[in-house]
Design a binder for this molecule. Sequence first.
Ligand code: FAD
Length: 324
Amino acid sequence: MNKSYVVIAEVRSGKLRQVTLEALQAIAIAKEDGDLVAAIILGHQISHIAEQLSQYVSGQIHVIDHTDLEIYNAESYFTAIQQVLDTLNPHAVFLGHTATGRDLAPMIAAYLHAGQLSDVISIEKSETEVRYTRPLYAGKAFEQKKFTGGPQVVTVRPNNIAATDPLDSQAEIITIAYSPPSLLRTIVKDIIRKTSGKVDLTEAKIVVSGGRGVKSIAGFKPLQELAEVLNGAVGASRGACDAGYCDYALQIGQTGKVVTPEIYIACGISGAIQHLAGMSQSRIIIAINKDPEAPIFKIADYGIVGDLFVVVPLLTEEFKKALA
Ligand code: FAD
């Protein structure tokens, strides 16, 4: 019998998040021919995003558009998703391993009595099984797991699985009326964004990160300029955050954000194990450090021994010329 796969689409700042297309690709790998693929998208004034999403989904798109869903709130979102899940009876639900996905996934798994695999970075399918790979021990080891049955809930780490391509056909868009819960135990009053970068750190293709070696708030400026030229995002080590050079929203590592960009440029970062936990899966790592013995060079693909305040502006100038 054909099974039903559902992706919970994520919208941020009025845009569809890239990780939703990556989750759809994960479904494309995991499912069998003939299985159904549907999406649930929630928010306010999101019809244009649902239209965009419809190019990537073969089945139906369930749109729940309501003022209460403009800002993420676990209770409201879960109530809305629950309404659709009841009709879809999914075999598997896929989400991004983002703050929202990590919050919703266990609630959905509990509701469906499903098994859950989180933070999946790759999926392999053989004739007999589907294997999901996820990092362990802050990225020092990996485990491969498989489900023994359904229902299943999977969260996919951003930037690890290639995004799905648009399909030849468009999905049917179905509008679902939202019935708010009679009592919300919490209400989100406002969101105060701590970062002003144009590119989301966890989805950036290029991250320029600063450590204690940047020495001051002003020391981050050359890094911001390099990130701007490369259309990347700025990150930081906890050393830099603890020293007050930047906001903790930029922290990458075991107790910060996990990033897997195509290029990670570590400037004045020593390479402590807790920092590596958040960036070691990056495709190419470039380290700039004035200490040739810095541990970061052990995992770097390219290393530049030098003063970051000399090297970073030179890189910015050269990239500006090359990209002009
Ligand atoms: P340092 O280790 O002080 O390194 C600074 C580097 O800058 C040095 O290598 C130096 O040679 C270089 N440098 C100095 N000046 C220049 C210059 N002008 N040009 C070039 N290079 C220069 N850390 C994280 O990053 N993320 C986490 O999530 C995290 N979680 C943690 C959780 C726990 C429980 C614990 C105990 C620690 C955690 N840490 C985390 C902290 C971690 O152990 C390190 O202390 C921290 O990563 C060090 O930051 P840093 O590399 O910027 O600083």
